[in-house]
Design a protein. Structure first.
Length: 361
């Protein structure tokens, strides 16, 4: 291998792919595979769950492939001056020259590096990278972390009546986002770790993400970067039945006021397992937020709004704050039917719904 590449291009590529590599019982997984051919330098990493490939332009004088420690080369290149970098391999060593810097890195056998999946994928979706990140961020936080229930540790991408939905739940909370119209049939469960990795990449990518899948894997393509991940096998729960179609009580209030009131109430609720009480007062058109503890005292906040019904419900303050932060727009529509029924929280539009189960009190 012999090539010349700019420091900016090489550093960007290494930062994109190096995150999933790291300490491993298998030495090869802590390395990056560099492949030079056809005027491109291809960078590859994997942790066996996710494969990332990024291609960047380089002046290739001699094709070749080499495997080097990911953290070392990523940090080293990041600290080089912004100039052309010359890379050459010889006797199982990678020689790097940039200005007054010259270094030699020991390599390992590239034949041991896992092969990128080559199964056929059927292209189904094309989503703007910013839209993808904003939408998945609204649901990914409520997915379960309990690996004994793997189905709930992912994001459910599915179509229903020509609409594309994203959904996640941990059994106590549920979030659903209606993304857009979609004629293709989709029903897959994507690991949250994969979603988080794609969202991290969108900070460095632009334009659209092409999404395709087969029965076992999903592929994301954005310009020069490709990420392939396993899917979670199984059938997602019939969560639609958990979303209330009607409720007895409703409060439409200013979102920023609601968030501020819950933040203050949460300070007093830390001794009480984060539990706060919300009460609708139709006569006074107020939503009241209360927290009472024996150690810290009590707190009461009132928010004016459009109130229908008179009842109370107890919720986990942190869960409620996460739900409110996911709502788009200036108003929040807060709906519930007594102390034990699911609470429905949404914005003015109906494209995002967040469900929280009450705390029994």
């Amino acid at each position: 291998m012999k090539l010349t590449i700019t420091q900016e291009n090489l550093s960007k590529g290494l930062n994109i792919v190096s995150r999933i590599s790291g300490p491993s019982t298998t030495e090869i997984l802590s390395n990056i595979l560099l492949r030079a051919e056809n005027g491109q330098l291809e960078l590859n990493t994997t942790n066996l769950e996710v494969f990332i490939t990024h291609s960047t332009t380089a002046k290739i004088e001699k094709d070749g492939v080499v495997c080097v420690p990911a953290n070392l080369i990523t940090d080293f290149v990041a600290n080089l001056p912004k100039t052309n970098i010359k890379i050459e391999t010889s006797d199982n060593k990678l020689k790097i020259t940039a200005g007054n810097y010259k270094s030699t890195i020991n390599t390992i056998n590239p034949d041991d590096f896992p092969t990128t999946p080559s199964a056929k994928f059927t292209t189904k979706l094309s989503i703007g990278s910013e839209e993808f990140k904003n939408s998945t961020t609204q649901v990914v936080g409520v997915a379960s972390t309990d690996m004994s229930r793997p189905i709930l540790t992912g994001i459910y991408f599915h179509t229903n009546k020509n609409k594309l939905y994203l959904a996640a739940t941990d059994g106590y909370r549920l979030a659903e986002k209606c993304l857009r119209d979609e004629k293709s049939e989709v029903s897959i469960i994507v690991p949250t770790s994969t979603i988080n990795e794609v969202n991290r990449l969108t900070d460095k990518l632009e334009d659209y993400i092409q999404i395709s899948n087969n029965d076992e894997q999903i592929k994301f393509v954005a310009k020069e970067t490709v990420l392939i991940s396993r899917l979670i096998d199984g059938k997602f729960i019939n969560y639609e039945s958990l979303i209330p179609s009607t409720t007895d009580n409703q409060a439409i209030v200013d979102k920023s006021e609601f968030i501020q009131a819950v933040k203050v109430a949460e300070l007093f609720a830390r001794e009480a397992a984060e539990s706060i009480v919300l009460k609708t007062n139709q006569e006074k058109q107020l939503l009241e937020i209360n927290s009472i503890t024996t150690e810290f005292g009590d707190n009461n906040s009132r928010i004016e709004g459009e109130i229908s019904g008179n009842s109370t419900v107890t919720l986990n303050a942190k869960y409620l704050l996460q739900a409110l932060s996911s709502i788009e727009g200036e108003k929040v529509n807060f709906n519930f039917s007594g102390k034990l029924a699911p609470v429905l929280i949404k914005g003015v539009s109906n494209d995002y719904k967040h469900i929280i189960m009450p705390v029994k009190s």
